[in-house]
Design a protein around this ligand. Sequence first.
Ligand code: ADP
Ligand code: MG
Length: 296
Amino acid sequence: MTPIERIQTALTNLGLKAVEARLENLLEQAAKSEPSYAEFLDELLGCEVDARRSRYLRARLQLAHLPFLKTFDQFDFSFQPSIDEKQVRELRTLRFVHEASNVILLGPPGVGKTHLSVALAEAAIQSGFGAYFMTAHDLVADLGRAYREGRLDRRMRVYLAPKLLIIDEMGYLPLDEMGATIFFQLVSARYERGSIILTSNKSYGDWGSIFGDPIIATAILDRLLHHSTTVNIRGESYRLKDRRKAGLFPRADEEARPAPFPSSEILQNGPRRQGSAAPRKTGAPLTAPARSEHAS
Ligand code: ADP
Ligand code: MG
């Protein structure tokens, strides 16, 4: 065996795949640039460390269960002037994750609530935090099933373990009593231990109707908001931007009677549960946006 062959065998046995793949290249380069022994070793090990780190991040990203991958760079803040960029800059420091405080993104459909949540989750993962994304509906359905099967505590751990839990689309569908109780338990258990990013199309005043009970809604909000940042987005749907440009869809201010939260989200996603779609207001745009545009 030549030394190179022996090195290759050793790298295989040690599982140093990245160095193995780049060995010839690394040696060739070293022959040219003649680095010191330490520099060469540094380059060699760095190559493996980088590869492991990106493998690890990929795995973490997959575990996070994000509906799509979008970053802050892909977010056009000029389209959404109601967003306080200073507030977003502060969130991007991830201090809220360190402090186990919460972020609540409120606003009508299509204004970027999920996009910003995903971007924050991605940043948190890059910084080594565990994150998990779930829609409120799926989360409550999952925990409700676990409860009925007598394994709520064990299942709850899935949602307690990650340092950052993203609960998307709170309030599109009302919760029944069991759902509200389970949600309360989850929020209480994470309180001051792990962050929640929550998105909703409902303002806090309407939360009673999500939970069906103002008392439980107050108890949930109390814990959720104690350490929290609320990002209120009052703008146009980004999804409708291009359609508006093409003149197919009137701007909100051109409508005779604008609906504050048009049901376009439900039209795009389809109702999840029979009878859950909000009644369409007269004067609200009736031309259903194309389903295909929903990026998630
Ligand atoms: P919401 O969750 O508020 O309903 P999303 O975050 O799902 O809205 O946004 C809808 C789509 O529009 C996504 O593809 C998202 O990436 C995009 N989007 C929304 N706002 C912006 C923005 N300001 N700049 C760039 N893309 C945006
Ligand atoms: Mg969304």
